[in-house]
Design a protein around this ligand. Sequence first.
Ligand SMILES: Nc1ncnc2c1ncn2[C@@H]1O[C@H](COP(=O)(O)OP(=O)(O)OP(=O)(O)O)[C@@H](O)[C@H]1O
Length: 343
Amino acid sequence: MPVQCSNCEQKRAVLKRPKTGHSLCKDCFFWAFEEEIHQTITSAGLFNRGETVAIGASGGKDSTVLAHVMKLLNERYDYGLKLLLLSVDEGITGYRDDSLETVKRNQQQYELPLKIVSYEELYGWTMDAIVKQVGLKNNCTFCGVFRRQALDRGAMMLNVDKICTGHNADDVAETVLMNVLRGDIARLRRCTAISTSSEGDGAIPRCKPLKYAYEKEIVLYAYFKKLDYFSTECIYSPNAYRGHARAFLKDLESVRPSAIIDVIHSGETLSVKEGVKMPVQGTCSRCGYISSQALCKSCVLLEGLNRGLPKLGIGKHHRLHGKILAQEPLTEQEERKLKAVDF
Ligand SMILES: Nc1ncnc2c1ncn2[C@@H]1O[C@H](COP(=O)(O)OP(=O)(O)OP(=O)(O)O)[C@@H](O)[C@H]1O
């Protein structure tokens, strides 16, 4: 027998909300999903009238839904924001070139300006070339570090006030779990923040309007709205450790759907005991980007690539950074360690 929408009690329900278990019709689901994001934005005070906001657009489901909902809410509630799309081309043939085609179509569909910055123009390296040198084991480290900085650099070129990304509730809960499993207290403390402006770290503030949106609901929203997005996984394999946290969270979610929000809530309310050493943010002495070390991770990784020492910046080689950057000679053993690639 058809189930009636538990909200309007008029139309036929087409889905059971993964987040609440409510049976809803399409329109009531759209409304509930969009209103929750509006609530997230207003209760955290993510934006101020008149601001220019760059939406990190990868062409994937999360950022496509983010662009769609941001445009809709900006008009529905007259936020007074100037929105634009910002994409990073990591130089991954057969993956990012295709997803950027989706972003270009989204640009037309949403009538938003688009800026694309590439690793090649910013660093002189594409991910294809990086993988050739470093192999498939640590390539996600290069990509993650470079992307974060590339988004900031693109945002600076556009002179925007804020960046927003499509990180969703599942992403945040996975990150909490990952930081617990790694004992990374500094990141554990920061990772649930909805906006980096509260951390006062000097870079362009970033925020996550989809922080409380379940991935399953984002997929449903994109599906029922027939949004144009790119759904292929990165060809250079997803981050393996995050994959374990993801699988664990999915298991938990299947027995207790609120597990995602519960983990986020635990992360948000954790307090770190006094005396735990936290990194002190400064600026990179080479490029001026925010960094807790003398050199930012991006500059260290780039130096390693340019000198054929792919392990520099991966793992615990901090002692050698100073030596290398001061152009001091390495011992044979040190050189061997930094050249070794685990394919
Ligand atoms: N190449 C990129 N250019 C611009 N923004 C990006 C890019 N890659 C990721 N982002 C931003 O970071 C967010 C999280 O990225 P992640 O790699 O976790 O992708 P995801 O969860 O698959 O998201 P999406 O579905 O939007 O690709 C994205 O939603 C997007 O806002």
